[in-house]
Write a new protein. Structure first.
Length: 137
């Protein structure tokens, strides 16, 4: 029984250890990769346009999803800190926060159909309707 429990725990841990966060973009965005700093600038609203002067459309996930916590942890910000950043921007009239969607599947569909958009999902959900511009371990 102890061996079964240990094996179950190891399978669970190893399954999660290999899960990667994929930052995805609409196929028409003019970049093939972005840095951590650029991602933070997109998600904090500091970068609003691509280098071709087209708007960046940013999609977020609703809170309570592990993938969202991992993404913001990678950026060095907590979800509450990101809310604070956006509250300041909204009150200053500098824009609206990214639209938070219910699931990774919905993020994938929205990024695929929205020119200039980016989002993040578990890599296992990615298909050829979008391109990956960053991978987070």
């Amino acid at each position: 029984m102890k061996k079964f429990l240990l094996l179950t725990i190891l399978v669970f841990i190893s399954g999660n250890a290999y899960s990667q966060v994929a930052v995805i973009a609409h196929k028409n965005v003019p970049v093939d990769s972005v840095s951590k700093t650029q991602l933070l600038d997109f998600y904090s609203g500091d970068i609003k346009e691509w280098n071709n002067n087209r708007p960046v459309i940013v999609f977020d996930l609703k809170p309570r999803l592990e993938i969202r916590d991992r993404f913001f942890q990678f950026l060095g910000k907590s979800s509450s800190r990101m809310r604070s950043i956006w509250l300041k921007k909204v009150l200053a009239g500098e824009g609206d926060p990214p639209k938070a969607l219910e699931s990774e599947e919905i993020v994938l569909k929205n990024v695929a159909k929205t020119p200039g958009s980016i989002g993040f999902i578990d890599k296992k959900f990615v298909n050829d309707s979008v391109k990956i511009i960053a991978l987070i371990e």
